[in-house]
Every structure is written in C-alpha cells, then in structure tokens.
Design a protein around this ligand. Structure first.
Ligand code: NAP
Length: 247
C-alpha cells in the first residue's frame, strides 16, 4: 500500500524534526509505505534505528549540522520529499505565547524566529538543491493557520504568529525561485490542525476532542495533501483538509 500515487517510485524522503509528535508520525507512515525506499530522519535527540531509516543530527543553532546532514543525504541520490516538522510555541515558564504587546521580549522573539523561520530557511538552503529535477518533488514545512495575517481576527501569540508569517513568506520566495528551473518542484506550508503533541499540550483545554487530531491522523492528512499537490500549488499554505489558507 502507498500514499504516494502522484510521485515516481521508489521515493527517497527526509524528515527534519523526527523526534516531534507530527515528525515522528511522518516517519512511521513513510517507513511502512511500500513506495518509499529510504527515510532520512533528523533531530537533536538520538532516534531509533530501523528498516529504511538513516539517522542524523540537526540542530538549528548549528548550520554546520544541517550542511553535514545534507551531504549525507546527497550521497544516496536526489530526494522526492522533504518534510520539515520542527517548531516552537513555548519553552518553560519564560517562553510562553504573548497575550499582549506588553509581554514582548527580545530574547524570546529571537528564539522563536530562530526555530520557526531561520531554521526551516536553512534547511531549504541545504536541501532544496537535493530535490529531484526530473519528477515531482516536494519541500513541505509545517507552518500554522495562525501565521496567516488575513486570518488573524483574535490577536495574541505575537511571536508564534509572526514567525510563522515569516516562514510563509520564505516558502513563497523559495517556490518562485525553485520554479524557475524545476517545473515539477513544490515548496509549500502545511497546517496540521490542532494535534496532540508536546507543542499543543498546554493549550488543548478549549479544543473539542473531535477537533484534536492524533499525530498519526494529522500526518496521514498532510501526506494526502502533499500527494494531491498539482500545478499552481507551489508557494501556498494548505490546511490538513487540502484547503488553501490565504496569507
Ligand atoms: N501540534 C499542533 O497542534 C500544531 C498546530 C499547528 C502547527 N503545528 C506545527 O507543526 C510542527 C510540528 O509540531 P509538533 O506538534 O509535532 O511539535 P513537537 O512535538 O513539539 O515537535 C517539535 C519538533 O521541533 C524540533 N526542534 C525544536 N527546536 C529545535 C532546534 N533548535 N533545532 C532542531 N529541531 C528543533 C523538536 O526537536 P527536539 O526533540 O530536539 O526538541 C521536535 O522534533 C511545528 O512547526 C508546529 O508549529 C503544530
């Protein structure tokens, strides 16, 4: 069984943030997919080994770790799919989503930008050149609906929203640049819905049970979106149900 009907087979794939809730679920689905030949998984933490799995370390605070990871992946040939599943919303008591401009803190904003925008940008720098040129290939980064400026009617979460908006803009730039000479390459942002993970755990209180996805369901939705990408979709942000979210 395969989730990749629109890709050439076999697929070579990479998941950055494989230790996360959604990243880990991506890895499980990719490993069990008959059309997938290899899954390169990256994290700051040690990851389990397994069939088709190639492990490496990426820490966004060290660009050299990203360059080394890309060099390792390049040895095996071009990539069909890169999934960036990293992100930061909170980190202990000191870094929490801001309810007011009064809470803005330069250190926290810088940290959020580093992980939510700069890091995925550096992944693109080192991994976009590895995308296959002669067939459909996708670079997809986990963004968030709250990063849509036109969809922001509630305010709050200044840093997270701003960093995801910055990521969305980078994805649009990457799509334009990549599209000039790789007509079958896609660069997209993905919104997974609200997913039961470390990132969302403190904020699940008001979420109805049927609106809270398991990481496995979320990953399954997002791979269906990736498989459904077609001409004109590059540079956009898509929700888990395949609907475009306007920037
Ligand atoms: N969960 C939701 O409801 C939800 C909703 C909308 C959007 N999203 C987005 O979906 C993505 C995945 O979220 P998740 O729920 O799976 O979160 P998660 O379980 O907290 O996973 C976050 C991942 O980011 C990695 N990461 C954090 N800092 C890093 C750094 N400095 N360098 C390299 N990797 C780093 C973590 O690695 P370590 O294990 O090394 O810390 C982990 O793999 C994020 O972009 C998030 O914004 C999630």
């Amino acid at each position: 069984m395969t989730r990749f009907s629109s890709f050439s087979r076999p697929l070579r794939t990479a998941v950055v943030g494989a230790s996360g809730g959604i990243g880990g679920a991506f890895v499980e689905l990719l490993v069990s997919d008959a059309a997938v030949e290899s899954v390169h998984v990256f994290s700051r933490r040690p990851l389990p080994a397994g069939n088709k799995l190639f492990r490496g370390r990426i820490d966004y605070d060290e660009e050299a770790s990203i360059a080394e990871a890309a060099a390792m992946v390049k040895e095996g040939g071009p990539l069909d799919l890169v999934l960036v599943a990293t992100g930061l919303l909170h980190d202990g008591a000191a870094l929490q989503p801001e309810k007011s401009f009064r809470s803005l803190d330069a250190g926290n904003l810088t940290r959020s930008f580093q992980i939510n925008a700069v890091g995925p940008g550096l992944i693109a720098k080192h991994f976009l050149p590895l995308l296959a040129r002669d067939r459909k290939a996708v670079f997809a980064a986990l963004s968030a609906r709250v990063g849509s400026i036109s969809d922001n009617h509630l305010g709050g979460w200044y840093g997270y929203r701003a960093t995801k908006a910055a990521l969305n803009m980078m994805i649009r730039c990457m799509a334009i640049e990549t599209g000039r000479n790789r007509k079958q390459a896609f660069c997209v942002g993905l919104h997974p819905g609200t997913v039961d993970s470390r990132l969302s755990q403190p904020f699940q209180g008001g979420v109805a049970q049927d609106k809270l996805f398991t990481p496995a369901i979320a990953a399954s939705h997002l791979l269906a979106v990736v498989d459904g990408l077609t001409t004109g979709d590059s540079g956009k942000l898509f929700a888990w149900d395949g609907k475009e979210i306007p920037f």
